[in-house]
Each structure stands twice: as structure tokens, then as C-alpha cells.
Design a protein around this ligand. Structure first.
Ligand code: AMP
Ligand code: MG
Length: 492
């Protein structure tokens, strides 16, 4: 099979990467091919699903033109700087320019040890591979910038975690794999030449229209700040908790990357964290904007010597750029929330008070986040449906009081039929998200019984999340108290 590779990152200087051949696996078997994505990439999905495809997608064989490399990067993990991380279990095969003209990385995650593996085995278990496949494709369908999944294959081998688990390889597709941590890697080494090369490369690849302002590193910093502020606003809109917002998991392209212990809110709780290793709640739901700001601050630091030759001036530029983060985030988040509430116009302070009031009431009432907003669409269509939204609150009156202010606000909107408003709201309030208890269930079915039917069922609804799927309606309902997933674990 021909992959139309054009590998620009592999042509960057030697300190950017390490040539790495994937390690052979015993019996690769394709469990899922993303046909729509294969089509965009100009790849033959039938071939990918064949034995030849299984060999390529597991790393047992290399497609022509692949130049497999592991990427060097550093990163702040839970606030602590680690000067060398790098792809310890991911191998970049190369880049493909798709039919849509977009350049994308093709990476095998779980393809064996690399120069950056440290103590790790270079492998991935089936559970986390299916989780990443499902959640990244759900995020894509929700309109959130994200890396995507082209394929999942099992390896026929076991990986040793707390227990022995079936091994798997995910083919991840990304705008690129350049992270804030990639800049930190070179900054920590005082490699100014590499920093300049990387800044130019990243700006050219991701923000070409920003080239030529006279200060390319500044333009890059501004664009990444903008992309991250907008990204996190989208996360909050769908109730997503990333779980490990380390700077090595913060993409320069503004895509969501590295689905480890990620999860979606069931009941609304701003302090919610799922990750078993996030003891202090650093990466809790409502803390994510603050952390994104912190992460882009690390990018600014790494770029400091590139912003100006004069240190004081460089700090001034960085500060100016970083100060804009809160306002960019607030504006992006306000847009997200207006769409969720069915507002086509903005009344800045009034709308902020309206949403703050709602979230205050939701937090105290054990309200399922996704289901509430979906029912609010019905309430927008007909006040008779208010009871169904109200019934999600332990104290239904808490909803009714708020609904009165919401309806008063709707009166100040331009003329629009209730049905039209509800239809618009249904495109911003999904019926289906990858609910944690369902994700856990499908992982058990796949890993313990080789039953992929639950995976396929959930994938089919979360990739069309705004539609009703009456035959799979049970996948939209919140967990019963005893079904609630309390903790998620890293994909390692
Ligand atoms: P992550 O938590 O997936 O973002 O990974 C953090 C760092 O640990 C990265 O440098 C990974 O490449 C590395 N890593 C994670 N899991 C493994 C593994 N099983 N083998 C080798 N390196 C790993
Ligand atoms: Mg990572």
C-alpha cells in the first residue's frame, strides 16, 4: 500500500528525534479502522483492515516512505520540570497531506521501546487504546479540536501493568506532535538555534498566516495562547476533564492530546477530578483554564530568548501576551455557554450572572451535566418540559427560579421560534458523550471477553452525538449511584 508520506519533522536537526524501528509483535489483529479518516488521508480502508494492514498498523511492517522516529521533548508534570521525557512508546511513521490539504502526523502509540522509554516497556494496553480511540473520536464529533484515531490493533501479547492485560497499538493522527514540552526541551539545554528552528517550523506548520509580523516567536506565542484558551473553553462546554494537563500533553496546534485518565462529568461539580494520581485536584474540571494559562506561561518562558535579545523587553512581550489569556478564555467560554442556553445575542455581564447562577444551583443539586442541558433544549421548545429538567435537581425549585430568569432573558432575544431555538441548542448540547461507566464496561468486555460489540455501540452514538438514537437510548442515561466511576487511571 502507498502512503503519500512527506516527512518534514524527520528532516529537522538530529537533536529533535531519534530514528526508531517499531518492535515486532506476535499476532497483530485489527479491531477497528476509522474508514472516514482513512478516506481523508487517501488510504485504502479495506487494505488497512487486512492482514497486511494489521502488520503495518502494529509496526511489524513499515509502509514505503515511512521514516520512523521518536520525538524528543521535556515537560512539567504536575508542576515539576522533567528535562527529558520524549516519545517513550510512540513512534512517528511520518506525515501525510490529506485530501483536504491538511498535513497530519501518523503515529503508532504502543509500538515498543525507544531511546526515551526510561523504565517503561514501550507498550500500551487494549483498555487505554480503546478509551483514546473512543474519546478522541467523540471529541472530534463534538467539534472540539483533537488528535484522532485511525486504527486500533491488538498485538497477541500481554503487557504487565498491575495485572497482565492484552496489548494493543493505536494509530494516532495529529496536526503535529509538537508540545509546549518540545520547546522546554531545547530551552533547558540553552539550544537557541534549535528553539528558533522549532519556532519557525511550528509557526509555518500551524499558523502560516501569522508569519511575517516582524517577530515570529511572539506571533507563535500569541497563537498558542489563543488556541489553548479556546480549547479549554470547549472542554468546559462538554464537561470534559483531561486529567493530565502537563506541558508535555499541551499541543502547540491547539488540539486535545494524550487521552489518559480523561473523563466526562456525570453530575456537575467544578472540583471534580477523576485521575487517581491527581491527588491535589490540580487538573480538576474548573481548574483547567488556570492550568492552560500556566502551561502557556511555560511556553513563554521557553521562548524568552527568542522574543527579544533584550531580556527586559522579552519579559515585557511575554507578559503582554500572557495577560490576554483570561479575556480570550472568558470570551470563548461565554460564546460556548450562550450557545448552550440558546442565546444568539450577548449581554455580557447579565449573561455571566445568569450562567454563574445556574452553575451554582447545579453544583448543589447533584445534576447530571449532559442530560440537564439536553433537557433544557426541550424546555426551550415547550415550558411543559420544564418538569423534566427540574426533576434532575434534588431541589426542583432551584431550577424553576433560574428558569424564570432564563425565560426573561430569552424575551430580549431577537424573534425566533421556540422550535428553531431548541433545534439550534440541540447542536450545542449533545445527547451522547462517552459516559465513564459505559467506557469501563466496554473495556472489560473487550479485554476480558474479546467482545467488541459494546465498543462499536458506544462509538456509533458518540460520533453522532447531537442526534437521538432511540435504540441505544440507554447509553445516554447517567450512571446509577453504584455505577459511578470514581477514579480513572493513567494509560501507562
Ligand atoms: P503520558 O502520561 O502518556 O503523557 O506519558 C508521559 C511520559 O511517559 C512520556 O514521555 C511517555 O512517552 C512515557 N511513557 C508512558 N508510558 C510508557 C511506557 N509504557 N513505556 C515507555 N514510556 C512510557
Ligand atoms: Mg504524554
Amino acid at each position: 500500500m502507498t502512503f503519500a508520506f512527506d516527512n518534514t519533522y524527520a528532516r529537522l536537526p538530529a537533536q529533535f528525534h531519534a530514528a526508531t524501528t517499531p518492535t515486532h509483535v506476535r499476532t497483530p489483529r485489527v479491531v477497528k479502522i476509522n474508514r472516514a479518516l482513512a478516506e481523508v488521508l487517501g488510504l485504502d480502508a479495506d487494505l488497512l483492515a487486512s492482514a497486511e494492514g494489521a502488520a503495518l498498523l502494529s509496526g511489524n511492517a513499515l509502509p514505503e516512505g515511512a521514516e520512523p522516529i521518536a520525538l524528543a521533548y521535556a515537560g512539567h508534570q504536575f508542576g515539576n520540570f522533567v528535562p527529558q521525557l520524549g516519545d517513550g512508546r510512540a513512534i512517528l511513521l511520518g506525515e501525510i497531506v490529506g485530501k483536504d490539504g491538511k498535513r497530519r502526523d501518523l503515529q503508532l502509540k504502543g509500538a515498543g521501546r525507544t531511546r526515551f522509554s526510561r523504565g517503561g516497556d514501550g507498550r500500551a494496553a487494549l483498555g487505554p487504546v480503546l478509551r483514546e480511540y473512543l474519546v478522541s473520536e467523540a471529541m472530534f464529533a463534538l467539534g472540539v479540536p483533537t488528535t484522532r484515531a485511525l486504527a486500533a490493533v491488538t498485538t497477541g501479547e500481554h503487557v504487565a501493568r498491575e495485572e497482565m492485560l492484552p496489548g494493543a497499538v493505536l494509530t494516532r493522527v495529529a496536526a503535529s506532535h509538537i508540545r509546549v514540552g518540545t520547546f522546554e526541551f531545547f530551552a533547558a539545554r540553552g539550544d537557541d538555534e534549535a528553539l528558533s528552528t522549532l519556532a519557525t517550523y511550528a509557526l509555518t506548520r500551524h499558523y502560516p498566516d501569522a508569519i511575517g509580523s516582524g517577530n515570529d516567536p511572539r506571533a507563535l506565542l500569541e497563537r498558542v495562547i489563543d488556541a489553548q484558551a479556546n480549547l479549554v473553553a470547549r472542554w468546559l462546554g462538554v464537561g470534559f476533564v483531561h486529567g493530565v494537563m502537563n506541558t508535555d500533553n499541551t499541543s502547540i496546534s491547539g488540539e486535545t492530546i494524550d487521552y489518559g485518565p480523561c473523563a466526562f462529568l456525570d453530575v456537575y461539580d467544578p472540583k471534580k477530578r477523576f485521575s487517581s494520581i491527581d491527588h491535589g485536584g490540580r487538573y480538576a474540571f474548573a481548574n483547567q483554564p488556570r492550568i492552560a494559562h500556566w502551561n502557556v506561561t511555560r511556553l513563554a518562558e521557553a521562548l524568552l530568548t527568542r522574543l527579544s535579545t533584550d531580556e527586559e523587553e522579552a519579559i515585557g512581550i511575554a507578559t503582554q501576551c500572557l495577560e490576554k489569556f483570561p479575556a480570550i478564555f472568558d470570551a470563548a467560554y461565554a460564546r460556548v455557554l450562550r450557545a448552550k442556553l440558546g442565546l444568539a445575542t450577548a449581554e455580557d455581564s447579565g449573561d455571566a450572572a445568569l450562567t454563574a447562577d445556574l452553575f451554582g444551583r447545579m453544583a448543589g443539586n447533584d445534576v447530571d451535566y449532559t442530560l440537564f442541558f439536553r433537557r433544557l433544549c426541550d424546555a426551550a421548545q415547550s415550558p411543559e418540559k420544564d418538569a423534566e429538567a427540574a426533576s434532575l435537581f434534588t431541589e426542583p425549585a432551584a431550577f424553576r427560579d433560574w428558569a424564570e430568569s432564563w425565560r426573561n432573558r430569552l424575551l430580549r432575544e431577537p424573534e425566533r421560534s421556540a422550535a428553531d431555538r431548541a433545534a439550534a441548542m440541540r447542536l450545542s448540547n449533545p445527547a451522547f458523550i462517552p459516559r465513564n461507566h459505559r467506557v469501563e464496561e466496554l473495556i472489560v468486555a473487550a479485554a476480558e471477553r474479546e467482545d467488541f460489540a459494546p465498543f462499536e455501540a458506544l462509538l456509533s452514538v458518540v460520533t453522532r452525538p447531537y442526534e437521538e438514537h432511540p435504540d441505544l437510548a440507554h447509553l445516554a442515561t447517567p450512571p446509577k449511584p453504584e455505577e459511578r466511576v470514581k477514579a480513572t487511571f493513567c494509560g501507562t
